[in-house]
Ligand binder design. Sequence first.
Ligand SMILES: C[S@@+](CC[C@H](N)C(=O)[O-])C[C@H]1O[C@@H](n2cnc3c(N)ncnc32)[C@H](O)[C@@H]1O
Length: 201
Amino acid sequence: MRTFIVVGHKAKTTPEFSLEDIPGTSGRIDILCRCTTAAFVLSHGIRKDVVILLVLCGGLVPKTICLKGSEIMYLNPDERTTAALLKKALELPATPEWSRSTPGIYVRNGGLNELLQQMREIRLLYLREDGTDIRRIDLGNISKEPVFLLGDHLGLISEEEELIKQIEHRVISVGPTSLHADHCIVLINNELDRFGREESA
Ligand SMILES: C[S@@+](CC[C@H](N)C(=O)[O-])C[C@H]1O[C@@H](n2cnc3c(N)ncnc32)[C@H](O)[C@@H]1O
């Protein structure tokens, strides 16, 4: 299983945004939609071994939406369909417990702090431009269930970096250029796919 966590600092926690203008009305939920596509969508199918956790911070209380490749239905490659699925999840009355919206999509109150508290056992792989190049890392030595954390257009803020410092983590990069978060996810998936192929050869 591969897990991606993406923090959307302005992303609305309520469904009041327009599918006709996602970037302009949702607090950049379009970025989270593209990350979702990058995480799951293959040329002909969906990656079943991926989970993505979208942290939406643009409300009074943060919310997290969890999408599971093993269960997800109705996901298409286009941004609008994904935004509609997230909007539906945000219509649910959220509590601190996960509630299922559509198949494979769950929502709850709580943000990065709560997620990291529950992931104390894992060694987080934090994606940052100045991290150790992923190609210099022995992928055989990372967890079989890696968890990658990425920022949105704002990167991660200092309070979030403080939370990361409290757990075991490694800062890694996918290359020398600052990229969009969804492109980083594609590159990570590719590195893991290539490594998996080599291992099984
Ligand atoms: C558009 S970038 C963030 C923008 C930038 N940090 C800034 O100053 O505004 C979005 C996220 O993608 C990830 N990212 C972008 N380029 C990367 C790279 N070369 N290596 C690792 N992560 C990268 C980071 O997690 C970053 O927070």
